[in-house]
Design a protein around this ligand. Structure first.
Ligand code: FAD
Length: 411
């Protein structure tokens, strides 16, 4: 694959695991076609192949070339907003159900990675959310109490207990933290390539082709691609930031949004958990990988219009400079970190910060999911399973009705 360094800086994940480039040919027909080789498309393909359904996955570049291979590698249950905001939006019971769905997604990922023997550094480290003020700690306390009452694990840590998890002195402003013990970390590119290979082993075909249009002919769909056309009975569209190119009703609902991120040269072990803090209103997050590299992203609030609507996958000096300021501010002894690489990827945001999962209006027997608001990893396995089930049953389960395009918060 041709990579233009001016436009596509390699992520740490791609630099340490060459992305998987599909080599299969485009077949003339398929029972199910999945469009998009990010985590949602690969999970949908995996479940279908495992159930013995003939499935073809179409990816325009390489497996994980979108957000999935450029992200922070956090696998942590929950949605993009905290639990109190989720309850405000959905009401207590529905928020609980949705949160439980993401916890199930997280667990499914662990199960399948283990079952398929996928070597992707998946580890249950816990996810630590740092409070940078007394009021920040109060906010995390509310989040914790609501979660605990609804049966979800969590722990509040004071400054000393927080320090025990981080092997460098904390800045004064760190008041404590919330720990989600089931949260985990992984190597995004190895994870997805491993899952794609498992899908192939179960019979899936994975093809490099860009879908340019889907046309309904009777009860079939004709999928036009840059490598030829395919006739398919059922289609799953898993394009996240690119969803509106094939699902017009998601225009201005699933909005591409650039996320910027960098990796530091390896250091001695410092961070033992997935860690985040809100230095800016859009949040910062980081992990230390097994080779000692530190991958950190965020500071979107410092970009013009928070990088909303941006479809260029290039990091910008202003946001990167802000990210470089995060760790030295929170951990004074980390003033000598050396940046190894910088990159960007496309997330997709919705107005209510929840993904959309629905049937597409413009073609028959076609379903889609997208708009994960920078928090797709726990959703992928479970939403992929619902989409795969829709392609088998011919209808989408009511379980994900709360995520439909017609929900009131997207009106
Ligand atoms: C910088 C950054 C950090 C993040 N950190 C985290 C994190 O730590 N944890 C977390 O949970 N989430 C994180 N996210 C969000 C998470 O990565 C996404 O929610 C998730 O990867 C979306 O997966 P997807 O499969 O829906 O889309 P993508 O991974 O974007 O996949 C879509 C695929 O479709 C392909 N494609 C596009 N158009 C076509 C076409 N016409 N035909 C064929 N193929 C096409 C693309 O090449 C791409 O491979 C982050 C995102 C970014 C950008």
């Amino acid at each position: 694959m041709h990579i233009d360094p001016d436009h596509d800086s390699l992520s740490y994940w791609h630099a340490t695991q060459e992305p998987m480039i599909p080599v299969d040919d485009v077949p003339a027909t398929a029972e199910v076609v999945v469009v998009g080789g990010g985590m949602l498309g690969v999970w949908s393909t995996y479940w279908l192949a495992k159930a013995g359904v003939p499935v073809v996955l179409l990816e325009k570049s390489a497996i994980g070339w979108g957000a999935t291979g450029r992200n922070g590698g956090f696998l942590t249950g929950g949605a993009a907003t905290g639990y109190p905001a989720l309850i405000d939006l959905l009401g207590r019971e529905t928020a609980r159900q949705l949160f439980a769905l993401t916890m199930l997604g997280q667990e499914l990922a662990h199960e399948v990675v283990h079952e398929e023997g996928i070597d992707c550094d998946l580890r249950r480290t816990g996810t630590l959310s740092l409070a940078l003020s007394a009021s920040g700690l109060d906010g995390l306390q509310t989040h914790y109490e609501l979660l605990r009452t609804d049966g979800f694990a969590g722990e509040m840590l004071d400054r000393q207990a927080t320090q025990a998890l981080i092997n460098t002195p904390l800045a004064e402003e760190i008041a404590g933290a919330f720990l989600a013990p089931t949260g985990g970390l992984l190597h995004s590119s190895r994870y997805l390539a491993g899952l794609a290979r498992a899908a192939q082993a179960h019979g899936a075909r994975i093809v490099r082709a860009e879908v340019t249009g889907i046309h309904t002919a009777g009860d079939h769909n004709l999928i036009a691609t840059t490598a030829g056309s395919i006739e398919a009975e059922r289609v799953i569209i898993a394009l996240n930031a690119w969803t509106d190119t094939l699902v017009p009703e998601t225009t201005n609902v699933i909005v591409p949004t650039r996320g910027q991120i960098l990796a530091y040269e390896p250091r001695e072990p410092i961070f033992t958990t997935a860690t985040g803090a809100d230095i800016t209103p859009t949040g910062e997050y980081w992990q230390q990988t097994p080779d000692g590299s530190i991958v950190i992203g965020g500071c979107r609030a410092d970009a013009p219009n928070k990088d909303s609507g941006v479809t260029d996958m290039t990091a910008t000096p202003d946001v990167i400079a802000k990210i470089e300021g995060v760790l030295p501010r929170l951990f004074p002894n980390l003033s000598d970190l050396q940046v190894a690489r910088r990159w960007a990827g496309l997330m997709a945001f919705t107005p209510d910060y929840l993904p959309v999962v629905d049937a597409a209006q413009s073609s028959v027997s076609t379903w889609y999911g997208g708009g994960f608001c920078g928090h797709g990893m726990p959703f992928g396995p479970i939403i992929g399973r619902y989409l795969a089930q829709a392609a088998v049953d011919g209808t989408l389960s009511d379980d994900v009705g709360i995520l439909s395009r017609s929900r009131p918060s997207l009106a």
